[in-house]
Structures are given as C-alpha cells and as structure tokens.
Design a protein around this ligand. Structure first.
Ligand SMILES: [Zn+2]
Length: 220
C-alpha cells in the first residue's frame, strides 16, 4: 500500500499550503479509479454492473475540477495591480461570491458565499481576481476557518492594503446529510485585518454593506 506523504506534508504546512502544489508521487489516474471502485464495493454495490462501470472515470474527472486549486498559486493571481486610482482610498467590497468547497473531514461539499473587502493602500487589483483567489482556496480540501484565513492573509500579504475583511457563510453537507442532520444551519466565519480589526466604524461599515437587509435595500 502506498502512503502518499505529500498530502500529509501539505496539511501540516498551514499557510504554506497556499502555494502551488506539485506532488511528485501523485497516484496515477488508474490508481485513483481503482480506489473509487473500492469505495463503491465498500458502500455495498457492484462496481462491475453497467450503471457503475464508468463511474470511477467520471469521479476522477470530477475530482480534477473540484480540486484544481492545488495547481493554482493564489498569490500570483494578485500580482497585477493598478495604481491609477485618482486617489481612491475607500473600501472595495465584493460580496455574495458563490463558494463551492469540500470539507476535509468528510470529503463532502461546503456551499455558501463569501464577502471580501479591502481598504486600498496605493494599489488596487482587478475585482475578478479577488473571486479567483477565493476559488483557488475553495478548490481544495478545507475547513471553513482555514479557508477564511487563507483568503484574508493572501490579500494582505500581496496587496498590502490598509486592511482586509473576509466573511464566509456556508452550509456543510457533513452536517446536513449525515451526523446531526441539520439542514439550513449555516456557519459564519470572519477574518478582519488592519483597519477592519482596529477601527470599529470601518468594521461596522463593512458589515452593514454585506447584511442581507442592506443588500436588498441597495438592490431595490
Ligand atoms: Zn465535515
């Protein structure tokens, strides 16, 4: 039985895990498909029956999509910045970013939304890049707390703004479809850095912008 230590190393490395991960002993596609056949048998079914025959290759393809974040470097996504901002120094907020991730404890989906804000220093970044940083971390095995911190820390480290705020609200299928079976419960996590952490009025302004009531008032 092969033990694939790089995954363990990645888990241990904490913030270092945001780097692109090149796994030198990554199992082959055939090994991955064989593992899925084992899980199908373990569940009690027959992997050789017609309906399941192509399932291992479909799951392997799905995994490539679910976990493509391991091949992405979130810091690089923020490398291109703009300085011609006419001195704009107010909050930049991207709210209601759909997130799709997978719980690292049960390998089932975490679905929700993220709100990301920063207070520019001298540079701003293309707004879609913030969403791409969120995605790069979502498309890995995660816990919501770490996901929230990784997004905020990366924006802080690369853009060096006056502050960063990240709030994530998400439902965890490991809580809704198994275990305690609590559909509808959502978990909220936040990470506030710089002025968002130190200045209560800045934090309030951000939270007012992302609250559902404010959102609907602004939309009408
Ligand atoms: Zn879980």
């Amino acid at each position: 039985m092969n033990i694939h230590t790089p995954a363990a190393k990645l888990a241990k490395s904490g913030r270092g895990a945001k780097k692109t991960v090149q796994d030198p002993v990554k199992p082959s596609r055939a090994e991955a498909e064989a593992a899925i056949r084992v899980l199908l048998s373990w569940a009690g079914d027959d992997p050789a029956r017609e309906g399941l025959r192509d399932t291992p290759s479909r799951v392997a393809r799905a995994y490539k999509e679910f976990f493509k974040g391991y091949a992405e470097d979130p810091e690089a996504l923020l490398a291109r910045t703009f300085e011609e901002t006419e001195g704009y120094d107010e909050m930049v907020v991207l709210r209601d970013i759909r997130i799709e991730s997978h719980c690292e404890h049960h390998m089932v989906p975490i679905i929700g939304r993220a709100h990301v804000a920063y207070l520019p220093g001298t540079r701003v970044v293309g707004i879609s890049k913030l969403a791409r940083v969120v995605d790069a971390y979502c498309r890995r095995f995660q816990i919501q707390e770490k996901l929230t911190a990784q997004i905020a820390n990366t924006i802080q480290d690369v853009l060096q703004p006056r502050g960063v705020a990240v709030v994530i609200e998400a439902g965890h299928q490991c809580m809704s479809t198994r275990g305690v079976h609590k559909p509808g419960a959502s978990m909220v996590t936040s990470r506030m850095l710089g002025e968002f952490r130190d200045n209560p009025s800045t934090r309030r302004e951000f939270l007012a912008m992302i609250s559902p009531r404010t959102c609907s008032a602004l939309e009408s």
